[in-house]
Design a protein around this ligand. Structure first.
Ligand SMILES: [Zn+2]
Length: 293
């Protein structure tokens, strides 16, 4: 639709005024200067009218698109009700030397990677720094998403678009308060044990970091779509990991989420991609992901 508006603008708003001026210049006339100036004025008016229509039309279309893209919440399917929590029985070890730091805000940062899971949380007032100003399509805060992560996402999206795939952010940054209300809603619906397998408790959601995105439908079906398959195979090239891979539920503490990406940078993402056999942050850094209570 935006393309159509552009074509209309260039074919009528630009070409038509040029034609009018050219004709006025070629046409023999008694008062040529006056004639050309009159036609020029007409051309400018036509250009302005179409330009206003174009800008107004595109803004309207963007608004409609944004509304469509963000209409649903962090959806979960009925199957989550049947998922049971399994205890952390296997913990992979790593021989990698890492710098572990717990900074003054209580954040767990390892090798520059901010860790948020069931063991490590963010304070209520934590808000992301170095954010992208005016990211489009984000429901809750268009200025709260990490700048580098969002720029890499845009790159990924445009490469996907070139292949005829359509990916979008259904849920990006979420505040502590919003996560609290979502989690409470899920607990009321499915009970605490089930809710803990698919929804983070407030302060424990990666979405509060501004580094995590839920793509497209946020449903289990996403993995079977062309977009889901492509994301699984290619997201690491842009620095994203599949944070909750299949078969790693007991390590991450969450059920498989084909739609949830976490930005960690290309170098680490490539390691964790592991030729399609995803390694979790918990395995890589030898961490637990368990609530204390
Ligand atoms: Zn998510």
């Amino acid at each position: 639709m935006i393309n159509f508006i552009n074509i209309l603008f260039y074919s009528l708003g630009v070409i038509l005024p040029i034609l009018i001026i050219v004709v006025a210049l070629i046409k023999p006339s008694k008062n040529k200067l006056k004639n050309v100036l009159n036609k020029f004025l007409v051309a400018v008016i036509i250009f302005l009218i179409f330009y206003i229509v174009k800008v107004g039309g595109i803004n309207l279309m963007k608004k409609i698109n944004d509304n469509n893209e963000i209409k649903t919440e962090h959806l979960t399917t009925e199957t989550t009700k049947n998922t049971t929590t399994t205890k952390n029985t296997t913990k992979a070890t790593t021989t990698k030397e890492v710098t572990v730091s717990n900074n003054q805000n209580g954040l767990k940062i390892i090798d520059g990677i901010l860790i948020v899971n069931k063991t490590y949380s963010l304070s209520k007032d934590f808000i992301p720094k170095n954010t992208y100003k005016d990211a489009t399509g984000l429901k809750y805060c268009s200025e709260c998403i990490d700048k580098e992560a969002y720029e890499q996402y845009k790159l990924m999206k445009s490469d996907a678009t070139a292949l005829g795939l359509n990916i979008w952010i259904q849920s990006g940054y979420r505040s502590y308060e919003l996560q609290e209300s979502l989690y409470n809603k899920y607990v009321a619906r499915d009970g605490k044990t089930a809710a803990d397998t698919y929804s983070a408790r407030p302060g424990h959601s990666e979405h509060q970091t501004g580094l995590a995105f839920d793509l497209n439908s946020i449903t289990d079906d996403f993995q079977y779509t062309d977009e889901g398959k492509w994301v699984n195979e290619n997201a690491y090239k842009y620095g994203f990991i599949l944070r909750y891979p299949k078969g790693k539920e007991s390590i991450t503490g969450y059920k498989y989420e084909s739609w949830h990406l976490r930005y960690v940078g290309v170098e680490l993402a490539t390691k964790l991609y592991n030729n399609g056999d995803w390694i979790t942050l918990e395995e890589h850094f030898n961490l637990t992901s368990e609530y204390k209570n």
